[in-house]
Design a protein. Structure first.
Length: 384
């Protein structure tokens, strides 16, 4: 009977469930896209290594110079928890030129341990060596994006490029990687940090990257680093020490909060849809007053009348939920394809969205159903 009632007035039924459709579809789309983004970020952090520890100097702490040899000594003294360290000198918006071609990119100064710490390898040539760092050699390793943009995909090994006007010899090409949270690993030029310090406006190391001996020793490694940094700085406000796993946890927590907020906003559509169902069911009760009177006069009990209208309301909202789920899944993949985003539909979100749509139908259908069940059969039969 509930299905017959739905099909009897298709347009009204569709408009009734429209709020449910929009609400459910919105929840599915938002959860799918945000889950996809979270998965991409997790993959990026994991590709950098879960034992990565970053140290940044900030604020007035930038006036204090930390000797890279002291950081290497820290690693040597704590070899059971620390594996390696590289100083980092970042030159933002560096102009890189080859013949008539030029590009603006990030130039990063590091040492020979960078590939081990950041899980990065060269696809051709070599990486920066200890002697390059010691002698402040003007050599560089470029990302695959730089190779494509400046050299048209041809091998750049042995070629001379200019970085902010200074000539460098290309000695290696980084293996192509996906984007990470620190930017594109392919759109970068690596040079010895001692050379970068000369080119940099700051003229000194601005941060360090450490590699813990294992994922189990990350906490102990961070404690050792914090203790060492305490020898340089009077307050932890001047520096930060954080691990890739901490950053990943923070991102997941942030994504969870964003998901809850957006789903809460989308839930308003479900609430509006529930109110719409209640209004239409009240109209339906009024239109079918004589039918209700006839049924009650033939022996239908109050619970029979109530269950009839509750089932109709639940069926309407359930149908809206099913349509919303299909629309949400289709739209998620469509948006992901157009925006080149990873889409990760959640079966949990689908089940919850459908369950909520059914619950809304039952909840908002109760008042009209109760009104119908309480009708006096004599008064109902007299209704025009």
């Amino acid at each position: 009977m509930a299905i017959k009632s739905l099909l009897g007035s298709k347009m009204r039924s569709f408009l009734t469930m429209l709020g449910i459709i929009i609400g459910v579809a919105s929840v599915i789309i938002l959860v799918s896209l945000i889950s996809g983004m979270a998965a991409d970020m997790s993959a990026s952090f994991e590709s950098m290594g879960t034992n990565l520890i970053s140290v940044s100097i900030r604020g007035r702490g930038g006036n204090i110079t930390i000797d890279p040899d002291d950081m290497q000594e820290l690693v040597d003294e704590n070899s059971e928890v620390l594996a390696a360290v590289t100083p980092l000198v970042n030159i933002q918006s560096a102009t890189v030129k080859y013949e008539t071609e030029n590009i603006t990119t990030t130039c990063t100064g590091c040492n020979e341990f960078y590939p081990d710490i950041k899980n990065s390898e060269t696809s051709s040539g070599r990486f920066i060596t200890y002697l390059d760092v010691e002698k402040r050699q003007k050599v560089c390793v470029v990302g695959s994006y730089i190779v494509q943009e400046l050299f048209g995909g041809a091998s750049p090994l042995g070629e001379q490029i200019k970085i902010n006007g200074s000539s460098f010899t290309v000695v290696g090409v980084l293996e192509e990687k996906a984007d990470s949270e620190e930017g594109s690993d392919d759109d970068v030029v690596m040079i010895p940090y001692t050379t970068a310090a000369r080119l940099s406006f700051m003229g000194r190391v601005s941060s360090y990257s450490f590699s813990a001996a294992s994922t189990e020793t990350v906490e102990d490694a961070m404690s050792a680093i914090n203790k060492k940094m305490g020898e340089y700085f009077s307050s932890s406000d001047y520096y930060s020490v954080f691990s890739a796993s901490q950053a990943l946890d923070h991102v997941n927590e942030m994504m969870g909060t964003v998901t809850l907020v957006l789903v809460g906003v989308a839930a308003i559509s479900l609430l509006v849809g529930g109110i719409g169902i209640m209004n239409i069911m009240l109209v339906s009760v009024t239109e079918r007053t004589r039918e209700i009177g006839i049924r009650k006069s033939l022996g239908a009990k109050r619970r029979d009348i109530m269950s009839q209208f509750v089932v109709e309301a639940a069926t309407t909202s359930s149908a809206g939920g099913i349509i919303g789920i299909m629309l949400g899944l289709f739209s998620s993949y469509l948006v992901g394809s157009v925006l080149d985003m990873t889409v990760k539909p959640s079966m949990g979100a689908v089940i919850v969205a459908f369950s909520v749509s059914v619950a809304i139908g039952i909840t908002f259908g109760y008042f009209p159903a109760n009104k119908a069940a309480k009708m006096n059969p004599i008064d109902a039969l007299r209704h025009d």
